[in-house]
Design a protein around this ligand. Structure first.
Ligand code: NAP
Length: 298
């Protein structure tokens, strides 16, 4: 006669639980615990994902403690992303080119491998939402030159976009990205004046807003879309609100539009797969679950 042992409810951790988390300061704004928590429950995984409120002065010590604590790895969010690159043992090529790490994996030998999945998340969501867009369609115009911009520029270069027109209020920051990523043989990034942002839309196949303009509480993004072909895709990575004034104006004139929430959801996939050994799906139910916790997003 076989004896069936009682199984613990899914919410109960066991000695075999797989554990990961996210480091931020503050970490209260992070959507990652809700996102990974949804997947853990959905896939019935014996695991947990924990938010760590970690002061910058303690970040390196906290990150380096992951192997000793038996963690599978962690996400890293503001303001630790650049520091993380300096604290890990090995970085993926894209993390090095982006200059920041958002996903850390504890390897078999206890060393830390750092990756940056922001550009991956951007591209996966763009391709899922604008199925007709192809990297080779034409130039991309990227507004902004902060951390998100750099990740997106690397992803667009790797996807094969023929030209990236980069424009930022502070031109020097855009020039720094171009200097870091252009090579002697590959000079696809061109830098333009903020005042010329409407004119450089001419012939563009993709427009991406990576500035904070349009974010709730920030000024709106002012840009005349008249020069942008109606065939171009317009992608705004701001997701509070989901329908920014840029997306509303683009939709009205017939451009395909892509919102910012999907980038957030897709960037989480590689980390979850590495830590919890399941390839997770981005579904409408996940999207609704995460959206429900973002005031002002709808
Ligand atoms: P960041 O490094 O601080 O960069 C901010 C960018 O916004 C810079 O290019 C900055 O220009 C520009 N900017 C700010 N105020 C401006 C103004 N009044 N006029 C013109 N430009 C202005 O921030 P980040 O991490 O790259 O994030 C940028 C935005 O992307 C945020 O809204 C963030 O929420 C969003 N984001 C979304 C996702 C997602 O998953 N969907 C992921 C990451 C970030 P200067 O250089 O001239 O200051």
């Amino acid at each position: 006669m076989s004896l069936t042992l009682p199984q613990p409810p899914r919410e109960t951790l066991t000695g075999k639980s797989l554990i990961a988390g996210v480091f931020g300061w503050p970490v209260t704004h992070s959507r990652s615990p809700r996102l990974h928590g949804y997947w853990l429950k959905h896939y019935g995984i014996d695991g947990a994902y924990i938010p760590f409120s970690t002061h910058p002065a303690q970040f390196e010590t906290a990150l380096r403690a992951l192997p000793a604590l038996g963690f599978r790895g962690a996400n890293v969010t503001l303001p630790h992303k650049e520091k993380a690159l300096a604290c890990i043992d090995q970085a993926t090529e894209r993390a090095r080119r982006i200059g920041a790490v958002n996903t850390v994996m504890v390897q078999e030998d206890g060393t830390l491998l750092g990756d940056n999945t922001d550009g991956f998340g951007f591209l996966e969501h763009l391709q899922a939402s604008a199925a007709n867009w192809r990297a080779g369609d034409g130039p991309a115009v990227v507004l902004g030159a902060g951390g998100a911009s750099r990740a997106i520029v690397v992803a667009l270069l790797d996807a094969g976009v023929p030209e990236i027109r980069l424009v930022n209020r502070t031109t020097r920051r855009a020039e720094e990205i171009a200097e870091a990523l252009n090579t002697a043989a590959d000079r696809r990034i061109t830098v333009h004046d903020w005042d010329h942002r409407a004119a450089i839309l001419d012939g563009g196949a993709l427009l991406v807003n990576t500035t904070q303009l349009g974010l709730a509480g920030q000024p709106a993004l002012e840009i005349d879309l008249a020069q942008l072909p109606v065939s171009a895709v317009v992608d705004d990575i701001v997701y509070v609100p989901m329908e920014t004034s840029l997306l509303a104006a683009a939709r009205k004139r017939g451009n395909a539009v892509v919102d910012g929430l999907g980038m957030l959801l897709h960037q989480a996939r590689p980390g979850f797969a590495a830590w919890f050994k399941v390839e997770p799906d981005v579904t409408p139910a996940l999207r609704d679950f995460v959206l429900a916790d973002i005031p002002g997003a709808k």
